[in-house]
Design a protein around this ligand. Structure first.
Ligand SMILES: Cc1ncc(COP(=O)(O)O)c(C=O)c1O
Length: 390
């Protein structure tokens, strides 16, 4: 194909022409950072132009920018925009919950041993309030419904887990795990950061207390973006005292804002991160999500899964060992492989030299292709791994 005047020997992917060329490299690292699609780069440019000439920033955009993002995120997860909280990270939602839930001394939070630290630290700091944390050590890479049920005690108030484990690519059985929490009355908090964007999720299919997600991986937004959804009854019970002036202007204008009445009709908006009209981040992120919605979340999931099938089949031809699950139900768009330490280090170097970007995490190689990649990128990675074996 020819792009920007360069001939590029890559097989066309589902969304390749919607993205840049990544400097001619194969970016197989969405689990670390997702690239901005071209439409988001355009939106970012517009945001910068507006800031360079602030007369271009309309008063109305302080409301319309967060409004449009909230709508796009609501569409993405099948929720109401009124229930979307705009944040800057996955941690933002976890922090709201950890600090906002009315805990009693002796309450217990269940976590997964081996989970990403973002799912751990917000709860650990509750120790001073008498809340303890217990870890479930999964027999396989992920906690099963049986393991969860077996670990619950009468003191368990909340279970928090990643949907997809960052370090092994296992996806939990959402239906089974959420059912256990529903039956036991335990809050179920899901961190969807390594799933959403590559996998579809509709909130109406599951019983969840809260979902939190960062925006800069599979959702291809800028770093410093994220959102959360909290079930309305839990959200309204949180002891979070945010009094943000801009949120209080909702439905009004910036022309008259000295009405100091405290509003109670703001729904999720009253929990938004401050400076909610974060133009430089939220304009491009909205464009990314609208792009994902336009491509079709189901179609992206299928495309990514086809790439993963191909990657796993090709990896089997090498002497690297696949750590991630291979069955459709428990796999994700993250594939982790291992070998002896020396071979892993050498593979990382050869992959980088061959123009393939992956991540090394916890001594393993992590591949995370997304809809802008094609089999061509996978072949390039596999060729590099064969060079290491020679
Ligand atoms: C499962 C998971 N959650 C969260 C994050 C990042 O957290 P935050 O957006 O709060 O910085 C990562 C980053 O790798 C992750 O893998």
């Amino acid at each position: 194909m020819i792009q920007n005047g360069m001939t590029y020997g890559r097989e066309e992917s589902f969304a390749m022409s919607d993205f840049g060329l990544f400097g001619g490299r194969s970016w197989l690292n969405a689990a670390h950072q997702g690239p901005l699609p071209n439409v988001a780069i355009e939106a970012a440019r517009k945001a910068i132009e507006q800031k360079a000439s602030p007369n271009l920033i309309s008063d109305d955009s302080f409301f319309s920018v967060p409004h449009r993002l909230r709508e796009a995120l609501a569409n993405l997860i099948g929720a109401s925009p009124e229930d979307i909280i705009l944040g800057n990270s996955a941690t933002y939602g976890l922090d709201l919950l950890a600090n906002g839930i009315r805990w009693s001394a002796g309450d217990e939070v269940l976590l997964v041993d081996g989970d990403f630290p973002a799912d751990v630290f917000p709860w650990l700091v509750l120790k001073a309030r008498g809340v303890s944390v217990r870890f479930i050590k999964p027999a396989s890479g992920v906690v099963t419904a049986e393991e969860l049920r077996g670990k619950m005690s009468p003191r368990t108030r909340l279970f928090c887990t990643s949907w997809v484990n960052s370090f092994n690519g296992h996806a939990i059985d959402l239906q089974a795990v959420s059912n256990v929490c529903r039956h036991t009355g335990v809050y179920f908090v899901l961190n969807a950061s390594q799933g959403l964007g590559a996998k579809c999720l509709n909130m109406t299919d599951f019983s969840m207390s809260a979902l939190t997600c960062c925006g800069y991986k599979w959702l291809c937004g800028p770093y410093g973006t994220g959102f959360c959804w909290i079930a309305p009854d839990l959200r309204e019970s949180l002891q979070v005292n945010h009094g943000y002036w801009l949120a209080m202007q909702e439905g009004g204008s910036l022309a008259h804002m000295r009405d100091y009445s405290l509003r109670s009709d703001l729904h999720a908006r009253s929990f938004d991160i401050f400076c909610t009209a974060n133009f430089l981040n939220f304009m491009p992120w909205t464009a990314s999500i609208e792009h994902i919605l336009a491509k079709g979340t189901k179609r992206i999931e299928e495309y990514d899964d086809e790439l993963i099938s191909y990657l796993i089949a090709e990896l089997r031809r090498t002497n690297f060992q696949v750590v991630s699950p291979e069955d459709r139900a428990s796999r994700s768009a993250i594939v982790v492989v291992t070998a002896h330490e020396r071979q892993v280090n050498r593979a990382a170097a050869v992959l980088a030299d061959s123009g393939v970007d992956i991540a090394v995490r916890e001594g393993n190689l992590r591949f995370s292709p997304h809809f802008y990649n094609s089999r061509w990128d996978i072949d390039r990675a596999i060729d590099a791994l064969f060079k290491v074996q020679r």
